[in-house]
Ligand binder design. Structure first.
Ligand code: GUN
Length: 296
């Protein structure tokens, strides 16, 4: 069988970012509005620092205003809630993103619930979660939305009715992914670490989304021949000569021999997440002001 086609997340993300930049320029010209995104980083987790830096740069590149609030690892929950309250009240801020994970003295759910739902560009607030599941106008979590765009690109009209398996049940990816795929008329199974015979369940999928956070856990023989595979994992593992490299949740070299289409790591889902965050910030800015939303 031929090797799987690569799904180019970098190119798809560049197209979405360009669309956001065009819409942001039009918003500025027509209404003098520059959407603002406030990222809050608590502590010095190296991966979170990299994410927040690249988010802020992408924000500026798209013509949005990016602000980063850096707080020490010792920040109390009350202090963080005060920062969130300030950002809720600041009219220049359209989107608020508190980078997860948070230090252990802080209850992340309490912080998420303190963010104004109209500014919740992560889509984690219960109001947005409820709207996503009930078909309302939600702000949708960025990583699963990016996966959905890639799945649409790969499957086109065949996405409706597709047998989809999501491996992973996190609030950030697995659960919202299931809601989005249901919205596209897929038949959805959410599998996880306690699923009996996980490889056999995964093999049912014509669309397999791997979001487990374990390097190369999904093997080639978990994949139905010809399936579309979307790999959400970004795992740094040790490589030769004391170096490290990034791998996904899917054993790429094996999977590529079996799948019909697959996202690479890096260059697949990762760039889409940031592009979708910019899209959410722009949508939040329009909705808060009751302006027409661009079709993005
Ligand atoms: N940590 C890992 N992914 C995410 C995300 O999408 N949003 C936030 N806020 N933190 C994360």
């Amino acid at each position: 069988m031929a090797e799987a086609r690569l799904i180019d997340g970098k190119a798809a993300a560049a197209r979405l970012r360009a669309g956001v930049a065009t819409a942001a320029a039009a918003l500025k010209a027509a209404h003098g509005v520059a959407p603002g995104l406030a990222a809050v980083l608590v502590g010095d987790d190296p991966a979170s620092q990299v994410y927040v830096k690249s988010k802020t740069k992408a924000t500026d590149d798209a013509g949005l205003k990016g602000l980063t609030h850096r707080l020490s690892a010792a920040t109390s929950e009350a202090e963080l809630l005060r920062v969130v309250a300030q950002l809720n009240a600041d009219d220049a801020v359209d989107g608020i993103l508190v980078q997860l994970p948070l230090p252990k003295q802080i209850d992340a759910q309490r912080v998420i619930e303190a963010i104004h739902p109209a500014k919740d560009v992560d889509g984690f607030h219960p109001e947005n979660v409820g709207r996503l599941w009930s078909g309302g106008r939600a702000l949708v979590p960025c990583t699963p939305y990016g996966c959905l765009l890639l799945a649409r690109e790969s499957l086109g009209p065949k996405l409706a009715g597709t047998e989809a398996v999501v491996v992973g049940r996190s609030n950030i990816v697995g659960k919202p992914m299931a809601a989005l795929l249901l919205g596209e008329h897929c038949t959805v199974t959410v599998a996880h670490s306690r699923t009996r015979d996980l490889p056999a369940v995964a093999r049912r999928a014509d669309l397999l989304i791997a979001a487990v956070g374990r390097p190369e856990m999904v093997r080639g023989d978990w994949i139905k021949p010809g399936a579309t595979v979307i790999d959400v994992g970004i795992n740094r593992i040790a490589a030769a000569e004391g170096k490290s490299r990034l791998v996904g949740d899917v054993a790429f070299a094996e999977a590529r021999q079996i799948a019909g289409a697959i996202t690479p790591v890096p260059g697949g889902v990762g760039p889409m997440t940031i592009a979708c965050l910019l899209r959410n910030t722009l949508l939040a800015a329009c909705r808060r002001r009751r302006l027409a939303e661009p079709a993005l």
